[in-house]
Unconditional design. Structure first.
Length: 139
């Protein structure tokens, strides 16, 4: 069995944002030479997420509105975590909702997706560099 590891780095200029990282993950798969196996894509920061869904702007807007309604950023004093001087408690909650990682099957050297599926990096406390781990295992 072969193993491949690469870190992708992102710096989102806004507090929140979604980035389709499917092309970068597909590039990693090509570099790995693995034809059958699994790829793990993992946000390596506690205020960022990796998830799979449709690449449709209306859906991204709906996510933003739903997440802000579910875990609003302000007032920042509503969260005990922010008593430490932070202002990102909502980002931790948003990450918990959207998830830490995804696993995708690899078949015939391709990401084996369902219809419309794409991999996204979700940022909930941006304006600094964060990394995403791509780990591929297989033959």
């Amino acid at each position: 069995m072969k193993s491949y590891r690469k870190e992708l780095w992102f710096e989102i200029p806004a507090r929140r944002g979604f980035v389709n990282i499917t092309p970068q993950v597909a590039s990693c798969l090509r570099e790995s030479g693995i034809r059958e196996g699994l790829v793990l894509v993992n946000a390596m920061h506690i205020t960022a997420s990796v998830f799979i869904n449709d690449d449709e702007p209306g859906l991204h807007h709906d996510y933003e509105a739903w997440l802000e309604k579910t875990a609003p950023h302000e007032p920042v004093r509503q969260y005990r975590h922010n008593d430490t001087g932070e202002d990102n408690a909502d980002a931790h909650l948003k990450r918990q909702i959207m998830g830490r990682e995804v696993v995708v099957a690899i078949t015939n050297g391709k990401l084996d997706f369902g219809t419309w599926e794409q991999i996204f990096y979700g940022e909930f406390d941006g304006r600094r560099k964060k990394r995403v781990l791509v780990k591929i295992l297989g033959e």
